[in-house]
Design a protein around this ligand. Structure first.
Ligand code: ATP
Length: 137
């Protein structure tokens, strides 16, 4: 089995209308948070900062300390089973003007409830639910 490790972030921004969350449309069709594979020698947070810059053009994220959560899943790639783990942090930005890279089909900023509906996978929805609990505390 192939092992793959990624790191990502639930990125949010505070607007007069409330909090909004950033989701990306991945080439395989699903909607998910910003994430990417960890490169050799990088810390998880370095991966996340790099991926956010590369995938969204956002340069001003601030991590919200204390939030870290992990999901795992399996998928088939070229006939091989891949086991993937993704660690998510929580990051705040003032930049809503997103410039996505060629790696994604689109992006959207949504309220908590709409983001929860838009996220394709249950494990990603669970991350967002935990974020909401954390932000309220
Ligand atoms: P990365 O952003 O880490 O480089 P990627 O674009 O290479 O990711 P994934 O988003 O991990 O790839 O998608 C690979 C496969 O796994 C796709 O078939 C996708 O539908 C599936 N997948 C993605 N996220 C999940 C999830 N949270 N649960 C189950 N399957 C998922």
């Amino acid at each position: 089995m192939i092992e793959e490790r990624s790191a990502g972030a639930v990125i949010f921004s505070e607007t007069p209308a409330g909090m909004i969350f950033l989701l990306l449309n991945y080439p395989s069709g699903h909607w998910d948070f910003v994430k990417g594979n960890i490169e050799e020698g990088e810390t998880l947070r370095q991966t996340v900062v790099r991926e956010i810059m590369e995938e969204t053009g956002i340069f001003d994220v601030e991590f919200v300390n204390g939030f870290e959560d992990k999901i795992e899943y399996h998928y088939q790639r070229d006939g091989n089973m891949v086991h993937k783990e993704v660690v998510f942090f929580l990051a705040k930005t003032k930049t809503t003007d997103v410039k996505i890279s060629h790696e994604h089909l689109g992006f959207v900023w949504l309220s908590f409830n709409d983001a929860l509906k838009k996220l394709t996978y249950k494990n990603a929805q669970n991350i967002l639910k935990k974020v909401k609990l954390g932000l309220k505390a």
